[in-house]
Ligand binder design. Structure first.
Ligand code: FAD
Length: 377
């Protein structure tokens, strides 16, 4: 089936008000924020996501970088993502709020199970072709398709891949009720901890429960353990090939022996409550090993196509800036396209976005590279 978005939608009342149309590839945090921001700027937006709509889990993210949000859209996205109150949130809670907002927006079409296979452009339009041989056409196309971006291959053919940084991060989120009462943190315990390890590095975060409750017994403990001793395993299991990260190490694929060694190491290195949270994750196989990659962009735009989020810039999570930079990308892009994107002005408008974001995007990745160079193997 071939689907021409623009010609199908000409009777849509929103299209009459709209500035034009955008295709967004990827419906994770960046794709959803970009879709919402572009809709606020008056565009009709189609978001294409390769996986299904089933909720996924993820790490704990710092959603308040301390950065001043200069535009109304940035303020709006920050409030939506953080629920207006918290500085750290589970990835899944942020994603749910953004997704609910996108689904409620009549200017946004959110399509799951739709993998973009190729992207093309000419002087008038840009279009994406999917694995079901559908074609989606728009005035601009935004690649929010993460660290292994398909869209980046077209925008930066000279530098299409992010590079493995030489370590992984084990991540999990545990209900505090799942660890012994004596190990649970008090209500006054710091929300962020970086306990000392022996050559390793742990970031522990106390966040609200899935229902938003911060009462004792209802909270969750997010932990992220930086580990540079698993590179042979990552290569053996195909998670990393040459210098390119292919996929995460999912719980069911982690060898039993690796889990035993991890539990032994944890017992020597980490204090409570993190030790019991980690041991519970290991016992229940509720953890993921994420190989870390980095990408310093040379450019963010080619013609009618632009990159946002991890597709555009990939810093080590230690910087705690990936999400925040994605939010600024979405807000800046919306400011630029609100002016006009039809006809030949699209490429000019996206170049303005690039000129506003490229320096910052490069800096955030570079700010984490000295850590990666000393820690990675
Ligand atoms: C362990 C960890 C901790 C982190 N902590 C922080 C933090 O504290 N603060 C912070 O600011 N940032 C943090 N980050 C970074 C942050 O999570 C990301 O920068 C942010 O979520 C933006 O990701 P994204 O949406 O650009 O990419 P992704 O989440 O990778 O999403 C890409 C999406 O595109 C889809 N896709 C890919 N290819 C295609 C295709 N061909 N067709 C259709 N869809 C496609 C994928 O299925 C996916 O849904 C952390 C990251 C990690 C790994």
């Amino acid at each position: 089936m071939r689907r021409d978005f623009r010609s199908e939608s000409t009777n849509d009342t929103f299209i009459k008000e709209a500035n034009g149309s955008a295709i967004v590839v990827g419906a994770s945090l960046s794709g959803l924020m970009t879709g919402i921001a572009l809709s606020r700027a008056g565009l009709k937006v189609t978001i294409l996501e390769r996986v299904g709509a089933t909720p996924r889990s993820g790490a704990v993210l710092q959603v308040d970088s301390g950065e001043i949000d200069r535009t109304k859209t940035a303020k709006f996205l920050r409030k939506l993502a953080s629920n207006g109150i918290r500085s750290a949130e589970a990835w899944s809670s942020i994603q749910l709020r953004l997704r609910t907002a996108a689904e409620a927006d009549p200017r946004i079409d959110l399509l799951y199970d739709t993998r973009v296979q190729s992207v093309h452009q000419d002087k008038d339009f840009v279009w994406a072709v999917t694995d079901k041989d559908e074609t989606f056409r728009g005035d601009i196309l935004i690649g929010a398709d993460g660290h292994r971006s398909t869209v980046r291959r077209l925008v930066a053919p000279h530098k299409p891949n992010a590079t493995f940084a030489g370590y992984l991060i084990w991540v999990a989120i545990v209900d505090e009720n799942d660890i012994p009462e004596k190990s649970r943190p008090s209500l006054h315990a710091p929300k962020f901890s970086m306990p000392d390890g022996i050559g390793d590095f742990l970031l522990g975060t106390i966040i609200a429960g899935a229902d938003g409750s911060t009462a004792l017994g209802n909270r969750r403990l997010g932990w992220a353990w930086y580990d540079n001793t698993q590179n042979d395993l990552l290569r053996r299991l195909g998670c990393v090939e040459e210098d390119v990260v292919q996929h995460s190490l999912h719980a069911l694929d982690i060898p039993e022996q690796t889990l035993i060694e991890l539990a032994e190491k944890a017992s020597v290195r980490w204090t409570q409550p993190w030790l019991d949270a980690i041991l519970h994750s290991i016992e229940t196989r509720n953890l993921v090993g994420t190989p870390i990659a980095e990408y310093v962009p040379d450019n963010l735009v080619k013609g009618r196509i632009a990159l946002v989020g991890d597709a555009a810039h990939l810093p080590t999570p230690l910087t705690a800036k990936g999400f925040n930079a994605s939010l600024q990308d979405a807000a800046t892009l919306a400011e630029c396209v609100a002016k006009r994107i039809r006809g030949t002005s699209a490429a000019k408008t996206l170049l303005e976005y690039e000129s506003l974001r490229l320096k910052n995007a490069r800096q955030i990745v570079q700010s984490g590279q000295s850590f990666s160079r000393s820690f990675g193997r």
